[in-house]
Write a new protein. Structure first.
Length: 79
């Protein structure tokens, strides 16, 4: 994933959401489900990726909320 993506990680007994490239957690929660929901919402709002980690730091899932680019129309195709 890229700089600016939101990572949901487990540290010091809390689930935290941190923006890649940043140093501070954007929010914390004792419950994993709450942190994952908040991380997903933040990633959608920022239009970036969301990476959820397991308690031991492995990547569990990745979701991309970046806008998709549309293919250019071909010159011979009617509009």
């Amino acid at each position: 994933m890229a700089e600016g993506d939101v990572h949901t990680v487990y540290e010091d007994g809390l689930w935290k959401n941190r923006v890649e490239g940043g140093t501070r957690a954007s929010n914390t929660s004792p419950r994993r489900v709450d942190a994952v929901v908040a991380g997903r919402q933040a990633a959608k709002k920022r239009r970036v990726g969301h990476v959820v980690h397991t308690p031991d730091g492995e990547i569990e899932s990745e979701h991309d909320y970046r806008p998709r680019s549309r293919p250019a129309r071909s010159a011979g195709r009617p509009e």
